[in-house]
Ligand binder design. Sequence first.
Ligand SMILES: Nc1ncnc2c1ncn2[C@@H]1O[C@H](COP(=O)(O)OP(=O)(O)OP(=O)(O)O)[C@@H](O)[C@H]1O
Ligand SMILES: Nc1nc2c(c(=O)[nH]1)N=C(CO)CN2
Length: 178
Amino acid sequence: MSPLPRPNIHPPVRPPAPARIVLAFGSNLGDRAGTIRSAIDALPAHGVTVTAMSTLVESTAVKPGGKDETAPRYLNGVALAQTALPPHALLRAIQAIEAQFGRVREEHWGDRTLDIDIIAYGHLLLADPDLVLPHPRAAERDFVLGPWLEIDPDAVLPGAGPVAGLIGRATEFPGDGA
Ligand SMILES: Nc1ncnc2c1ncn2[C@@H]1O[C@H](COP(=O)(O)OP(=O)(O)OP(=O)(O)O)[C@@H](O)[C@H]1O
Ligand SMILES: Nc1nc2c(c(=O)[nH]1)N=C(CO)CN2
């Protein structure tokens, strides 16, 4: 006797849950606030949904040699977001938005219309040549930690601990905090 044909039923396919990500924005040239807002507005078209945006804070530019009072001052802000993009696709997306808003890569830590950094991608720890997660300098940057804490008081920087315990502690150069 031949077996009964099996009904062609598949378990429901659930898409993977989107990752919770933290993005940092900086600008010290042109219409700083306008450029950062435009970049935030551009994110959904790239598959990134913003769930919270901090206020923008102003700080002295940090250059490789330390604080530079003669350089244009920065506005910085942080967004919480969700995305189904894998990490490297997210990097390409933020670089496309930087390019869209006139970012030209020249001097290391040079003045720029727009900088977007991936601060954290869920709890992922990654050290690829082109992508390090969490962002390797986030723990020393009060201009990132302050706005992040504002929108998530319980924020944790993967591998480093609660943001509330990092802020104001270590800076890349003494007094470089926001
Ligand atoms: N977490 C990350 N977020 C964004 N870029 C990263 C990250 N990790 C590594 N990168 C790499 O860093 C490279 C340089 O980035 P970028 O020019 O924005 O640096 P920067 O803004 O001048 O300095 P910083 O990274 O200290 O903020 C990018 O091309 C990218 O490949
Ligand atoms: N205040 C301030 N200084 C910086 C910033 C920044 O966002 N804010 N970003 C840099 C490289 O990404 C270098 N220096």
